[in-house]
Ligand binder design. Structure first.
Ligand code: SF4
Length: 246
């Protein structure tokens, strides 16, 4: 059960539908205990609200969204709970599912983006898979930041959520959403390389239908890279030639 938001909630947060990240964003629950150092709630003076609070009932929130002047049926991209709470927190996710099911019940085919850094489990995915019309993508946030003041949420949670989505979802799309990306903090080359290698392994699995560890795939990647490097092949030939003549 989500408690009701207090009367002194900042006006920006009381506006439950707003334009955000190329679509309309619906935020009728606010408050989050996850303490991310970069949380946008710092800007709303709301960071101390650690428990989720309800601003509108589900039906009123859905009405506010579909009657917004900018909303177009089957066209406008929608985001749910991407401003002031995490949609997969224990109480909040029930509200997320109800909202999605209500929109889906209207046979809307809009794209819906749901961004989370919390646990997405098999039972959650089964409920999402039961939607028929909405085009849903779950973006699982991962930053690779070790500083607990900036990123207090364990990265292993995102990894498990992505694994569960990869295993149990077919209709529901999922994305590893690398954010925040902070210059000098988590943009170093080893992290970028790790992300590229992880993607390589995922693409390999998609093509060949078999999982392989990165360290098993790495020699084949290097082989492919060296074989495709014409300048290296030419220089290598010359090297061997010179070695023979010596
Ligand atoms: S999960 Fe989202 S709402 Fe919660 S603290 Fe982190 S950034 Fe803020």
């Amino acid at each position: 059960m989500i408690r009701t938001a207090p009367d002194d909630l900042p006006d920006e947060l009381r506006t439950v539908v707003d334009y955000r990240k190329s679509g309309l964003s619906l935020n009728h629950v606010v408050g989050c205990p996850l303490d991310c150092g970069y949380c946008v709630r710092h800007l709303f003076d709301n960071f101390d609200m650690k428990r989720p609070h309800r601003i509108l009932e589900t039906k009123d929130a859905v009405d506010a969204l579909i009657n917004h002047w900018a909303f177009q049926r089957d066209v406008t991209p929608i985001q749910i709970f991407n401003r002031a709470t995490d949609p997969f927190l224990p109480n909040v996710k029930d509200e997320l599912f109800k909202t999605l099911e209500m929109l889906d019940g209207l046979e809307l085919t809009n794209t819906v983006l749901v961004i989370t850094r919390w646990r997405v489990e098999r039972a959650d995915i089964e409920r999402l898979e039961a939607l028929h019309h909405l085009r849903l993508t779950i973006l699982v946030t991962w930053s690779g930041i070790d500083d607990k003041q900036l990123e207090p949420v364990d990265s292993a949670i995102a990894i498990k959520s992505l694994e569960a989505l990869h295993t149990f979802a077919s209709r529901t799309k999922s994305v590893l959403y690398w954010r925040p990306l902070i210059v000098g903090v988590n943009d170093h080359s080893s992290l970028m390389l790790h992300a590229a290698l992880t993607d390589y392994a995922a693409i390999y699995e998609r093509i060949y239908g078999a999982k392989e560890r990165i360290e098993i795939l790495a020699p084949f990647m290097l082989d492919g890279f060296l074989n495709g490097d014409v300048a290296f092949k030419r220089a290598r030939k010359q090297l061997h030639q010179t070695q023979k003549e010596d």
